[in-house]
Design a protein around this ligand. Structure first.
Ligand code: ZN
Length: 422
C-alpha cells in the first residue's frame, strides 16, 4: 500500500474509534443520569406523572440505550467487514466475473449491497420490534405484517432507487469533470418530487390515511386551520395502531401535498382542546416555513457532499485506503458511491448536534406559535400525556440531550409553555 492509502486508512480508523468512544461515553452518561433519577418524579411533574410511569420510562430508556450500543457495535463490525476486511471488494469482483464491465454490473453492485445490508440488519430490526418494544407493551405489529412491510419497502426502494442510481451513474460517466454538479441538481429534483409523492403515493402503501371523521372535533379543527391559513382538507388520521402503541403527529409535504398527520393512537389519548393545541404546533412548523428551511440546508449540505464525492472518486487512495482495488481501465462509479456512503457517516456524526440544535429551535418556534393560536396549557398537558404514553424519560442527561435530541427535553419545553401562558 502506498503512503496516501495508508494515511487514509489511519484517518478512517481514527474516526471510527472516535465515534465509538463518543457514542459510548454519551450513552453511559445518559444511563447513569436516568438511573440516578429513577426513584423520584421531578418536582415539576409530580402532580401529573406517577412514580410507576416514571420508572417505566427509565427502564425503557435504559433498555433502548443498551440496544443502541449493541446495534452500533454491529454496525462497526459491518463497516469494517465491507471496507478493510474486503467485503465490498469481494462483492465487486464476484459481480464483475458474472456480469462483466458496464452499467448493469454497477447497478447490481448497488442493489446487492442494499439487499445484503438489509438482511444483515434484520435480526436487530426483529429484536427491536418483537422483543424490546413488545416487552414494554408498545408492539402491535404481527410477524406477517412485519414481513409484508419489509418486502414492500425493498420493492419500493428498488423501484425508486435503481432508476435514480442509474441516472447518477450515467452522469458520472458522461457529464465530464463537473458531473457532481449535475448529479446534485438531479438529486435535489428527486427530493422535491419525493416530498410530493411520499405523503400522497408511498406512505399510503403502508398505512391508511383518512380525513378526521369525528364531527365535533372536525368543526373546532377546521376553524383553527382556517385561522392559520391552512387548507381545510389537509388533516389526516393514520392507523398507526396497526404497528405500534407509540403516538405521534407530524407535518409533511409542501404545496398541494402538504398535510398534518395525526396517529390514531394520539387522538385516542387527547382531549379536544389538546388536539387543537397539537395541531396548532404542527401548523406552526408550516407557518414558520421549517420544511423550506430544512430543504435549503439540505441543498447546501448535499452540494458540499457531491463536490466531495466528485473529488474523492478521482483519488486512488480513497479506494485502496478503504480496502478496495479500483479497476484501472473502467469506471469505478458505483464503488465510489458505496465507499462514500460508508465513510461519510463517520465525520457527519460530529455534525449531528448542529442539526439537533436547529430542530430543537424549530420545536420551540412551533410551540410558541401554538401558544398564540391556542392555549399553551393545553399543549403542555398534551405533551405530558405523550411523554407518559411513549415512556420518554423526563430526566435526560443534559449533554446527551444537547447532542442527540431533536426535541427539547420535557422540562425546558413545558417550562417555556407555562412561562408563556402565565
Ligand atoms: Zn414539532
Amino acid at each position: 500500500m502506498d503512503n496516501g492509502s495508508l494515511f487514509f486508512t489511519y484517518v478512517f480508523c481514527a474516526l471510527l474509534v472516535l465515534t465509538l468512544v463518543v457514542r459510548t461515553v454519551l450513552a453511559s452518561r445518559q444511563t447513569r443520569y436516568v438511573a440516578r433519577h429513577r426513584d423520584a418524579v421531578p418536582a415539576a411533574f409530580a402532580a401529573t406523572i406517577g412514580l410507576d410511569a416514571h420508572q417505566k420510562a427509565a427502564a425503557y430508556t435504559l433498555a433502548r440505550l443498551r440496544f443502541g450500543l449493541l446495534e452500533s457495535s454491529w454496525e462497526t463490525v459491518l463497516l469494517l467487514g465491507w471496507t478493510l476486511l474486503g467485503g465490498l471488494h469481494l462483492l465487486n469482483q464476484t459481480l464483475l466475473t458474472w456480469l462483466g464491465l458496464g452499467l448493469l454490473q454497477q447497478l447490481a453492485l448497488l442493489g446487492a449491497f442494499g439487499l445484503i445490508g438489509t438482511v444483515l440488519n434484520l435480526p436487530f430490526s426483529a429484536w427491536n420490534t418483537f422483543r424490546l418494544e413488545a416487552r414494554f407493551g408498545f408492539n402491535r405489529i404481527t410477524p406477517a405484517l412485519w414481513w409484508a412491510d419489509l418486502v414492500k419497502g425493498l420493492l419500493v426502494g428498488a423501484l425508486i432507487g435503481l432508476p435514480m442510481a442509474a441516472l447518477v451513474l450515467w452522469l458520472m460517466g458522461a457529464a465530464g469533470p463537473r458531473w457532481w454538479l449535475w448529479a446534485w441538481a438531479v438529486w435535489m429534483g428527486f427530493n422535491l418530487v419525493l416530498m410530493v409523492i411520499y405523503p400522497t403515493l408511498i406512505a399510503p402503501l403502508f398505512n391508511r390515511f383518512q380525513p378526521l371523521d369525528d364531527e365535533a372535533i372536525k368543526t373546532r379543527v377546521s376553524a383553527l386551520m382556517q385561522r392559520c391559513g391552512f387548507a381545510a382538507q389537509g388533516l389526516f388520521v393514520m392507523d398507526g395502531s396497526r404497528r405500534s402503541a407509540h403516538a405521534n403527529a407530524y407535518f409533511t409535504g409542501f404545496g398541494a401535498a402538504k398535510r398534518v398527520v395525526f396517529f390514531d393512537t394520539l387522538l385516542q389519548q387527547l382531549s379536544p382542546p389538546e388536539i387543537d393545541a397539537v395541531l396548532a404546533h404542527e401548523l406552526g412548523h408550516y407557518r414558520r416555513r421549517h420544511i423550506a428551511q430544512r430543504m435549503v440546508l439540505m441543498a447546501a449540505v448535499s452540494l458540499i457532499g457531491f463536490a466531495l464525492l466528485g473529488w474523492l472518486s478521482q483519488q486512488a487512495w480513497f479506494y485502496t485506503g478503504l480496502g478496495v482495488q479500483p479497476a484501472l481501465d473502467a469506471p469505478n462509479d458505483a464503488l465510489a458511491l458505496l465507499l462514500f456512503l460508508l465513510f461519510v457517516p463517520l465525520p457527519a456524526y460530529f455534525l449531528s448536534p448542529l442539526m439537533a440544535q436547529l430542530s430543537r429551535r424549530h420545536e420551540f418556534e412551533a410551540d410558541a406559535y401554538a401558544a398564540t393560536q391556542t392555549n399553551g396549557q393545553d399543549l403542555a398537558s398534551a405533551l405530558l400525556k405523550l411523554y407518559k404514553d411513549n415512556a420518554s424519560t423526563l430526566t435526560p442527561d443534559p449533554v446527551y440531550a444537547r447532542f442527540y435530541y431533536s426535541h427539547p427535553p420535557a422540562h425546558e419545553r413545558i417550562g417555556r409553555l407555562q412561562g408563556a401562558s402565565a
